[in-house]
Every structure is written in C-alpha cells, then in structure tokens.
Write a protein that binds this ligand. Structure first.
Ligand SMILES: Nc1ncnc2c1ncn2[C@@H]1O[C@H](COP(=O)(O)OP(=O)(O)OP(=O)(O)O)[C@@H](O)[C@H]1O
Length: 292
C-alpha cells in the first residue's frame, strides 16, 4: 500500500548547490565535496540533515548538524552524556514534536522532502522511520496484537497472520513465541520484549529504524542477541543506533557519528577510521576514555 508521508506532491526543494558545503557532500560523487574533511561523504543518503538545530526553550541542544544517514547500513551515534545524541535521533522521525520545549530548525530530508514541512503527517512518517526505545515498551496487548497494531491502525490487514509471522521472524523472536501469540507482550522477558518492539517497528515495513540505547536495559545474553539482530536488520533497513557503549558501536556499526559537548557533530566517518585513526584529538580522547 502506498503510504506517502505528505498530503500533497513534494514541493520543490533546494538543490545541493544552494547549500553550505561544509556539510555532507552528496549522492553519487566520488570526490568528497565537503570543505570539512572530518565529515564523511555519504552517497545517496536515505535521510539527510541540513543545518539542523534544536533548542529546548532558550537552550541550544544541537549546533547546526549536516549529515547523511547511509542507506542500508548501521550508523552509530556516540558521545558523552547530554551531547544531543537522543535529540538528534528523535529529529529523524519528528519525535521531538512530542516535547513542548523543543524547537527544530533546518531541514531533515527523506524521500526528497523536508519532513518538517507542514503537510507531512508525522504518524505516516513514523511508520517509515520507526523507533525502538531504551526501555522495551510493548503495549499491554497480546504478542500478535503488538505486531499487528500499526497495520490495523492504517486498515492494512491483508494477510495479517503471515505479516505478523514475518515480522516476528525478522526480529528473531518467532521460534520462541510461535505457539503463544495470545500471551501478553508484557509477560515476555526484557530481551524478548525488546525484540517484540523491533517486530512491531518492522511490521509496517519501514525504511529506517532508529534505536535509542536498545540494549542498555538488557543482560549480556539479550544484548548480544540484539546486536546480532541489528546486523541482520541492516540487510533490509537503514539502522541508526544511539549507544553509550563504544565497544558496541565498534562491533555493530558501519559508520559512526561522534557528538561532543555542546551538541556539536565533531566527526562522522567509517567506524574503523573513527576508532583507529580519528581526525580530531577530542574524538580520540573521548574514544580512549580520557573524558565522557
Ligand atoms: N525535554 C527536554 N527539555 C529540556 N532540555 C532537554 C530535554 N531533553 C533533553 N534536554 C537537554 O538537551 C541536551 C541534550 O540531551 P540529549 O538527551 O539529547 O543528550 P544525550 O546525548 O542523548 O544524553 P544521554 O547520553 O545522557 O542520554 C541536554 O543538555 C539535555 O539536558
């Protein structure tokens, strides 16, 4: 089912050349066009922030961020507490709309449209850019209904059983719950609940899955299952993960964005480069545990 995020045809958007090039350079170029060598060039980003800033009332939480989210890869967002990681993540599917004090400026492009345009429906947007939170938050409903929820809400109920099964399989939960789909989602273990939330997010066939510390409330075994699952999900989706755990970022991601205090994106590059040879001394100090 076609499920546009906007109610009208996309308006003209500015071209790359209209923009300040100290950000991410764009699609299809082999030569990085950015004037900032510490921000990687991303070809054909699935989502792209352009000069995105966030204030909470008068307090600036994000300095202008320009970066593309690579398509079909895992992007980790790391940085010390309070540097704006979750704030940036929530901008990608307009979750900050739910925070009264939050004010977002700049652009976040998805499907050739600024998601902050007035005609974009945030609910439709969140079906395409789903989110999984730190604390598993299944609905107080059966396992089946948790997964079917988003599809039922939009009246998209053809082959519902098959699609619920498929989402649970993709979330690596099917084998554990296939004979108890009527059981409450709240009666599962923490790790199972988180995989149920992932199944719920992927049931609506999103393009991007945002994860805010998805394993930080889980034990090591459940954490390892979620990490394996993230790698599998990247075969079908673009995944963006906020994590405090640098080893986890190094294990699971293809690219890493480092935000530092003051809400500044300081470096964004291939994960191996960030962890082995970052361009910024401050990034190296953070990676090696000198602060944060
Ligand atoms: N709802 C809010 N109202 C006011 N200020 C907020 C709100 N949410 C976040 N902030 C502030 O914005 C800044 C960035 O917060 P954010 O939660 O994005 O950082 P973070 O890097 O994700 O932190 P952590 O790693 O501790 O979760 C912080 O100074 C925080 O206090």
């Amino acid at each position: 089912m076609s499920d546009p995020i906007g109610s009208t045809t996309a308006p003209e958007i500015e071209t790359e050349t209209d923009h300040d090039q100290d950000a991410v350079s764009d699609a299809g170029t082999t030569e990085p066009e950015t004037s900032d060598p510490t921000i990687a060039s991303v070809s054909d980003p699935v989502v792209e922030a352009r000069d995105l800033t966030v204030h909470y009332d008068d307090v600036q939480a994000l300095q202008p961020v320009s970066m593309g989210i690579p398509d079909g890869e895992v992007t980790a967002i790391i940085g010390p507490s309070g540097c704006g990681k979750s704030t940036f993540l929530r901008c990608i599917n307009r979750m900050n709309d739910l925070v009264d004090a939050a004010n977002v400026d700049g652009e976040m492009l998805f499907e050739d449209k600024n998601i902050y345009d007035e005609d974009v429906d945030p609910v439709a947007l969140r079906r395409k850019i789903g989110m999984v939170f730190q604390k598993p938050n299944p609905f107080p409903k059966s396992i089946y209904d948790n997964v079917a929820y988003g599809l039922k809400v939009r009246g998209d109920t053809d082959n519902l059983d098959e699609r619920v099964e498929e989402a649970l399989k993709r979330a690596a939960l099917w084998e554990e719950v296939s004979d108890q789909l009527d059981k409450s989602g709240l009666d599962l273990s923490g790790g199972q609940q988180q995989r149920l939330c992932i199944a719920r997010a992927i049931a609506t066939d999103p393009e991007v899955i945002l994860m805010d510390e998805p394993a930080s409330a889980l034990d090591p075994v459940a954490t390892s299952q979620i990490e394996d699952l993230i790698a599998e999900l990247a075969e079908d989706y673009s995944v963006v993960v906020v994590t405090h755990n640098m080893q986890q970022a190094a294990r699971i991601s293809d690219k890493t964005a480092v935000f530092l205090t003051g809400g500044k994106l300081v470096e964004f590059d291939n994960t191996q480069k960030i962890f082995e040879n970052p361009d910024h001394q401050r990034v190296e100090d953070y990676i090696t545990g000198k602060f944060g």
